[in-house]
Design a protein around this ligand. Structure first.
Ligand code: BDR
Ligand code: CA
Length: 309
């Protein structure tokens, strides 16, 4: 049986690669994709995600979600992902596409009910849509099997010394989702910064002969120039971590922990505070925190999926 999966994204160059990988997994079926303001504005995130249906020759339903965080001003990452969020690459939308007008949180709730507690949710952007869904539909927690999240950092952050982008952009939403009571697999920077595609990997994809490989090469050139400029050895494929975890948990390592998100202090806004390294422990363990990955196995599996599209 295939796992029914819902994806919530702020596409985003690495979100795009993650969606392509999910599309190609044998063990999953994509039920719907919701989009949120994050790496760039909502309209880019919505359009970019729909354009992936062209790349995959698929027709996944794509929904519009929140155009700003719950209580904060929008915060973007254009320097990494380009002005349109997709490395400034523009792909045509599919011909004769169906547009879906339901709000992201309504569509997610409906799907969760329909799949009677079996739906797995992968979230790779700020958690605004999911927090709204839990607030509007408190019984949603009974209908989700697991939430796999790219977000947080148990040590230092990427956008501030303390915080990772998705949790920094909407800390209140991250806090609500982590307290939801649904089993959580959290992929913080600890693991996602190790999940690299090297320049050689990108070149291999460009040369592999399918459109998806060329597309991935093209959209990763903008983030690669950013990563290279700060001394990284490749492009960090943050958002593919929860996707690959679903299919290949054996290449990852993690630990159960208590995790909360800081919402009050300006200095530590969006920090994921865990009890992984402290004597004092929280009274709860609400997440499996993924901390490590076999880099080689990760990049090989990711390339294999993209090449197969
Ligand atoms: C996260 O922030 C975004 O820029 C990426 O798409 C990823 O979801 C990494 O901090
Ligand atoms: Ca993302």
């Amino acid at each position: 049986m295939k796992y029914p999966v819902w994806m919530d994204v702020d596409t985003g160059t690495d979100d795009a690669v993650a969606i392509l990988a999910l599309h190609k997994l044998d063990c999953t079926e994509i039920i719907g994709i919701s989009t949120v303001c994050g790496n760039s504005g909502l309209e880019n995130s919505y359009r970019n995600t729909r354009s992936l249906n062209t790349v995959c020759r698929s027709s996944y339903p794509v929904y519009r979600g929140a155009d700003k965080p719950l209580v904060r001003e929008p915060f973007h990452a254009l320097a990494v992902h380009g002005k349109n969020g997709l490395g400034d690459i523009i792909v045509p939308l599919p011909e004769n596409e169906t547009e879906y007008h339901e709000a992201a949180w309504e569509a997610l709730y409906k799907a969760a009910r329909e799949y009677k507690g079996k739906l797995k949710l992968i979230a790779t952007g700020p958690l605004t849509n999911i927090a709204i869904a839990f607030t509007e539909y408190p019984d949603l927690k009974e209908y989700l099997d697991t939430i796999l999240i790219m977000g947080g950092a148990t040590r230092e952050g990427n956008v501030t010394p303390c915080a990772e982008f998705n949790f920094y952009a909407d800390p209140e939403a991250a806090s609500i989702v982590l307290k939801s009571g649904v089993p959580i697999v959290l992929c913080p920077l600890d693991v996602t910064e190790k999940a690299l595609l090297s320049p050689e990997d990108m070149e291999e994809l460009r040369a592999c002969g399918n459109d998806a490989g060329k597309f991935v090469f093209d959209i990763l050139q903008k983030p690669w120039s950013f990563h290279k400029s700060i001394g990284n050895k490749g492009v960090q494929m943050h958002d593919s971590c929860p996707v690959l975890y679903l299919a290949y948990p054996e290449i990852f390592e993690g630990e159960e922990a208590g995790v909360v998100v800081e919402t009050k202090s300006p200095l530590t806004r969006g920090k994921s505070v865990t009890d992984l390294y402290s004597d004092k422990q929280f009274e709860f363990k609400n997440a499996l925190v993924v901390l490590d990955v076999d880099r080689k196995a990760f990049s090989e599996k990711l390339k294999e999926l993209i090449k197969g599209i």
